[in-house]
Design a protein around this ligand. Structure first.
Ligand code: F6P
Length: 373
C-alpha cells in the first residue's frame, strides 16, 4: 500500500465514539489506528463523543488521546471504548441554560467544526448510531471531512445489513433466555424478559425466536393483552406449566404509548418499564406467578462475538480507505460479501425497524410464537 502522508491534505484524524457503548467499539478504534498508520496519518481519540474538543478543561490530561499502535494493543476483544462516550450534550441540540432558568436546545455544530480544525484534526471517523451519525452528517455539511461507522446494539440504522454490537447483544440475550427456561419450568412461572432496542424490535425478535420464547412483543406490533394471555393459558392448559415472554423496551399496548422513564434536553428519551407493565397485565389476566428480568445494560457489555469483531475491524479499515479515496459524508455499510459506502443523509433519514413481512416474523408465527396480535 502506498504511503501518502498528507494524502488529500490529511495528516491527522480524530476518532469519536458517541451514544451508548456497544461491543466492538475498541476493535473499530484499533483498526482505524493501524490502517491510518499504514498511510502515515496520526490518530487522536476525542474523549467522550466530542467533549474532548468542546470541554477540554474537563480533562486534566487533555481532551485528545494520542492513539498509536501501542495504545490500541490488545483491545480488539474488549467491550466498552477506550476513548469514552456520551449520549448527552448532543451538539445539534446542545442544552443551553437561559437567564430565566429554562433550557433551550441549540445547534453548536458550526462551533464544533471550528474546534476540530483548531485542534489540527483534518478528518474524523465518527463511530455511532443514528444520533451520532446525524451529527456527523451536519459536520460534513459544514465542511468537515468525516466518515461514519454504524454502531448500535439496536440494529436500527438504515442502509447497512447490520450494525456492530447487535450480534453480541442478541447472543447474550439468547443465552439468558436459555438459562431462564429451567427456573421458569421449576417454579411454573411466567418469566417476562425485557430487552433494549429503543423503538425497534430487532433484539427482542432475534433473541426471542432463537431462545424459543412463547411470546415476543416488539414496538412494530402493538400488543393485545388478550392474545398474550390466551397464548400463556394455552401453554399451561397443555401441561407446559411455564412461559417465556420477551418484551422489547419499546413495546406498547394497542392504543398505548411507550414506557418512558426520562426526557432531558440534549438527550434522547430513556425507555424503561415495558416489561413490568406487561408482567402486571399478565398477572391480572392469568393469575400466574410472574417475574420480570430486565437485561438492560448487560446487553452492551462483554466481549464482541466473532461476527461483531470482524465487522468492526472491517468497518474501521474501510473508514480509513474511504478517507484515502477522498470520500466524506458517507457511512461504511455492511452489504455482504462486501462493505460499501452510503451517504450519511440516507443512513440517518429513517430508522430501520423490523418489516412485518420479514422472514423472521413469518418464522416466529409458523413456530407458534405469539407476537401479541
Ligand atoms: O441505543 C442503545 C441503547 O442501549 C438502547 O437500546 C437504550 O434504549 C439506550 O441505549 C439506553 O441508554 P442509556 O445508556 O442512556 O441508559
Amino acid at each position: 500500500m502506498t504511503k501518502s502522508a498528507g494524502h488529500e491534505g490529511i495528516r491527522r484524524i480524530g476518532v469519536s465514539t458517541g451514544g451508548g457503548d456497544a461491543p466492538g467499539l475498541n476493535a473499530v478504534i484499533r483498526s482505524v489506528v493501524l490502517a491510518a498508520r499504514d498511510v502515515g496519518w496520526e490518530v487522536v481519540g476525542i474523549r467522550d463523543g466530542y467533549n474532548g474538543v468542546f470541554l477540554p478543561e474537563q480533562y486534566p490530561d487533555g481532551g485528545l488521546i494520542p492513539l498509536d499502535a501501542k495504545a490500541v494493543r490488545g483491545i480488539t476483544h474488549l467491550g466498552g471504548t477506550i476513548i469514552g462516550t456520551t449520549n448527552s450534550g448532543n451538539p445539534l441540540k446542545y442544552p443551553v441554560k437561559q437567564p430565566d432558568g429554562s433550557v433551550v436546545e441549540t445547534d453548536r455544530t458550526e462551533e464544533l467544526a471550528a474546534k476540530l480544525r483548531a485542534n489540527g484534526i483534518d478528518a474524523v471517523v465518527a463511530i455511532g448510531g443514528d444520533g451520532s451519525l446525524t451529527i456527523a452528517n451536519a459536520l460534513a455539511q459544514k465542511g468537515v471531512r468525516i466518515v461514519g461507522v454504524p454502531k448500535t446494539i439496536d440494529n436500527d440504522l438504515s442502509k447497512t445489513v447490520a450494525t456492530f454490537g447487535f450480534d453480541t447483544a442478541v447472543s447474550f440475550a439468547t443465552e439468558c433466555l436459555d438459562r431462564l427456561h429451567s427456573t421458569a419450568a421449576s417454579h411454573r412461572r411466567v418469566m417476562v424478559v425485557e430487552v433494549m432496542g429503543r423503538y425497534a424490535g430487532w433484539i427482542a425478535l432475534n433473541a426471542g425466536v432463537s431462545g424459543t420464547a412463547d411470546v415476543i412483543l416488539i414496538p412494530e406490533i402493538p400488543y393485545d393483552m388478550e392474545a398474550v394471555a390466551a397464548k400463556i393459558q394455552e401453554r399451561y392448559s397443555q401441561g407446559r406449566g411455564f412461559a417465556i415472554v420477551v418484551v422489547a423496551e419499546g413495546a406498547r399496548p394497542k392504543g398505548g404509548g411507550f414506557s418512558v422513564v426520562e426526557k432531558k434536553a440534549g438527550s434522547a428519551e430513556r425507555l424503561g418499564g415495558a416489561g413490568e407493565r406487561v408482567a402486571e397485565a399478565v398477572r391480572a389476566a392469568t393469575g400466574h406467578d410472574t417475574r420480570v428480568v430486565v437485561l438492560g445494560h448487560l446487553l452492551r457489555g462483554g466481549s464482541p462475538t466473532t461476527f461483531d469483531r470482524l465487522i468492526s475491524l472491517r468497518f474501521g479499515a474501510a473508514a480509513v480507505r474511504a478517507l484515502r479515496a477522498g470520500k466524506t459524508g458517507v457511512m461504511v455499510a455492511l452489504d455482504p460479501p462486501t462493505v460499501r459506502y452510503v451517504p450519511l443523509a440516507e443512513a440517518t433519514a429513517r430508522m430501520k425497524v423490523v418489516p412485518l413481512d420479514c422472514d423472521t416474523i413469518l418464522t416466529a408465527r409458523e413456530l407458534g410464537i405469539c407476537l401479541g396480535d
